[in-house]
Every structure is written in structure tokens, then in C-alpha cells.
Write a new protein. Structure first.
Length: 185
């Protein structure tokens, strides 16, 4: 019973936080995004910076609206995201599921609370274990060791061209053994 009360307190605290002026006012969100992005930005084009800030602010605002709509908040959400389906509600966590846009394979899963376990266990609690292979690509990557890595060029925020040298445990061909790769992250 004590756990149930603590979870309810955490949920109420999350609902109060999501309803705060700092997270509902778009101008305050924009200032926050701007303060976080500009120090990390090496771009000199002011027009691009403003577009990036507008786009990121809209993404964050939409995400916060979805979180608000998942709780019973009495209509604080600005956009309709009311098609959440409750999959599991226990003393420790609540799992909700929402289908993505029609014609897309993207879906949203929201887990609130505490789940003690690996990611695959956390995904399985949503009762969609038959979709697990569709959600995550099933591939086998051989083990390898990173010998060196260096950033060659920063393209924009969150993107860079890096030189990564790796050593695999086996050599499948002469070219694979001494391969250097350019990555865009």
C-alpha cells in the first residue's frame, strides 16, 4: 500500500510539473531551447539558427503535450493526443501505448514509474512481445575494438564527421582488416 501511495505521489508531481508555466508557455520553452543550443552551435547563419530553434521548440512542445494527454489533466494539452491505450497499471509502473500516424510503422510507448530490469524486459511489459522483432532490427554485429577515433569536422548541432579505426577479432578479407571508416553521427 505504501508503494502505491508513493507512485501516486510521483504521478501527481509529474502532472504538476507538466502543468507548470515553464513547460506550458511556448516563449519560455523557446528561451530554454535557445540557451541550450546556442553554446554548442558553431553555425554563423542566424536564419538557420532561428529555424532550428523554432523546430526544436515545436518538437519539445509536442512531446510535452503528449505527456500531458497521457495523464488525466483535464485538458491542459494543446493538441489532441487522446488515443492512448492503457496496457498495464501496477503499483510500480504504468504502461500506455499509442499508434503512430496512419500508414507509418511508428508507435509510441510511455512507461511511467519504476521498472527494474533490462530494456527487453521493459519492452515486453507492454504485452507486445510479438512485435519486438519488428521494432528492433535483428542483426549480428561481430565484436570489434575501437583503436582510435577523432572528429574531423563538426557539420552542425548533433552532426559530425569522424574518423574511426577499428580492429575486428577476425579478418574476412584483406580490405576489412585495415579498414578506416568515415561516420556521420
Amino acid at each position: 500500500m505504501e508503494k502505491k501511495r508513493k507512485i501516486m505521489q510521483y504521478r501527481e508531481r509529474l502532472d504538476r510539473t507538466l502543468a507548470s508555466d515553464d513547460l506550458t508557455n511556448v516563449e519560455i520553452l523557446k528561451k530554454l531551447v535557445k540557451s541550450q543550443l546556442l553554446p554548442s552551435s558553431e553555425l554563423e547563419d542566424e536564419g538557420y539558427k532561428e529555424k532550428l530553434i523554432e523546430r526544436k521548440t515545436a518538437e519539445i512542445s509536442n512531446f510535452l503535450d503528449m505527456l500531458r494527454s497521457a495523464s488525466d489533466d483535464g485538458g491542459l494539452s494543446n493538441t489532441p493526443h487522446n488515443d492512448w491505450k492503457l496496457k498495464q497499471d501496477s503499483d510500480e509502473f504504468r504502461v500506455m501505448y499509442r499508434q503512430g500516424l496512419e500508414g507509418t510503422p511508428f508507435h509510441t510507448m510511455l512507461v511511467e514509474g519504476f521498472v527494474d530490469g533490462p530494456v527487453d524486459v521493459c519492452l515486453c511489459i507492454s504485452w507486445q512481445t510479438s512485435l519486438y522483432k519488428k521494432w528492433w532490427p535483428q542483426s549480428t554485429i561481430p565484436t570489434f575494438k575501437i583503436l582510435s577515433s577523432e572528429c574531423l569536422q563538426k557539420v552542425q548541432i548533433g552532426e559530425q564527421i569522424s574518423l574511426v579505426r577499428k580492429d575486428e577479432g577476425f579478418v574476412a578479407s584483406v580490405y576489412e582488416g585495415s579498414c578506416s571508416a568515415l561516420l556521420s553521427v
